[in-house]
Design a protein around this ligand. Sequence first.
Ligand code: ZN
Length: 169
Amino acid sequence: MILPVRIYGDPILRDVIPPVASHAEVLPYVRDMIETMYDDDGIGLSANQAGLRSRFFVIGKNAFEDGRPDSVFINPAILEAYEETWDFEEGCLSVPGIREWVVRPRTIRVRYTDETGTEREEVFTDYAARVFQHELDHLNGIFFTDRISPIRRALNKKKLKELAESQNK
Ligand code: ZN
């Protein structure tokens, strides 16, 4: 089932989303989340983007270089961000019509619970690390447009305001 994707201006996208008590709570939603992500040509989707107040996100298999399938990350956390950063043009299903270059750490060490309830620690780099950071930001109420330069933010201000206002009608 395709879930409606929440758009910039929806208050759930500014919330800090609380942890999940058990991985089993989120499993019923994972398939719909992945379906919704692909329907909108996304590579990742956080639960609050789909209106769910649970701390998890999904990332599509194409973000990974190790051949893993579409994956769910429950109660995700960044344990360490390595010094090297890189610039990449990001977009977001919740911020249609805007793409901006965002500087982020290239490599991160993370912890999360997987779909079997197993807590894992691993290192992600490049695109997988980028998507992980973008989605984790969502669970903390942060948009990629919060991470761009003040000049670029000013240039996007009107578009963002219009998006937000379209949510209040
Ligand atoms: Zn996003």
